[in-house]
Design a protein around this ligand. Structure first.
Ligand code: Q0N
Length: 286
């Protein structure tokens, strides 16, 4: 990418500027667990996530426009429109997990949503809730209430992103459910284009931005297994690793099993053979 300037990196993705209007988002095969990037890669993980995101972008243009311009032949790089990103993470939760469960246990509320008493861990909520968070540069995003989010993006824009995020979650979670995957929650990022329009950016409904649970193993009252990372988590727990940097190397069977789970998520959700995607990435856009 000699033509592109590196402009940012996440734990597992890199962002390059192509020109004044366009960015290149490159998904690596790195994997993180318990917030630590492991020294061992999962082959094709970045391609699975890039293809899944593009699949969702193509299927949600009726809800909101998105930043995708094109997929590169490497199947892991997305050319996208440069936006002015909103300074909030737009999280939608259909189930009570992660920081939502923690906040509920401590206060009975999540981001100002007062919930019924006596809900169990991982329980399905009566209706999905919009639970925005601040974007922390380092460390953890902080859940915020409606007033704090409105102070960051404005009352009108907040109402628009809330309605849009809830519509997107409903569309994606209904589809995933019909394919045996529970989309427990998801994090979306929006930006504003040069015309002032709201546009969906970043990645969408991937296992890195959402909690994917296998529907057949779902039991409220416990933490369901992660569809994608469960072998990695189980291996790390059995090792007794203290979850500080650096993480452990993964053995071949854990790598192979995890790769198979990512590919299975891709194929279940898209109904496209993963090899077809590798041969011609644009198949996910059809
Ligand atoms: C942008 N981030 C946060 C890649 C993702 N379309 C866009 N226009 C302008 N800025 C961004 C996007 C997008 N997507 C999004 N940072 C800049 C997430 N990054 C973290 C690093 O890896």
């Amino acid at each position: 990418m000699s033509e592109a300037t590196h402009v940012g990196s996440g734990k597992v993705r890199e962002l390059y500027a192509l020109d004044d209007d366009r960015l290149l988002l490159v998904a690596s095969d790195r994997i993180s667990t318990f917030d630590v990037v492991l020294p061992t890669e999962i082959p094709d993980k970045g391609r699975v996530l890039t293809g899944l995101s593009a699949f969702w972008f193509a299927r949600t243009t009726g809800v909101v426009p998105n930043h995708l311009l094109s997929l590169r032949d490497d199947a892991r790089s997305t050319e996208c429109r440069r936006l002015e990103m909103l300074p909030i993470e737009c999280v939608v939760r259909g189930y009570l997990a992660g920081s939502g469960w923690k906040d509920y246990l401590a206060t009975g509320e999540v981001c100002g949503h007062h919930l019924a008493e006596g809900l169990a861990e991982s329980e399905r909520l009566p209706q999905p809730i919009f639970t925005p968070a601040t974007k922390a540069q380092t460390g953890h995003d902080e859940n915020i209430d409606r007033a704090a989010a409105a102070a960051l993006v404005g009352e009108e824009r907040l109402a628009e992103v809330e309605a849009t995020a809830l519509s997107l979650y409903e569309l994606a979670s209904d589809h995933a459910r019909s394919r045996g995957i529970i989309l427990a929650d998801t994090k979306l990022e929006f930006g504003i284009d040069d015309q002032g329009r709201l546009v969906l950016g970043d990645e969408a409904f991937t296992p890195d931005s959402s909690r994917f649970w296998p529907a057949d193993a779902y039991r409220p009252g416990s933490t369901p297994p992660s569809f994608d990372k469960q072998f990695v988590r189980d291996y790390c727990e059995a090792l007794g690793w203290d979850k500080s940097h650096p993480g452990p190397e993964l053995p071949d069977d854990v790598v192979d099993g995890t790769r198979a789970r990512y590919v299975e998520a891709f194929e279940r959700l898209t109904e496209i053979p993963f090899d077809d995607y590798l041969a011609e990435p644009t198949v996910v856009l059809a």
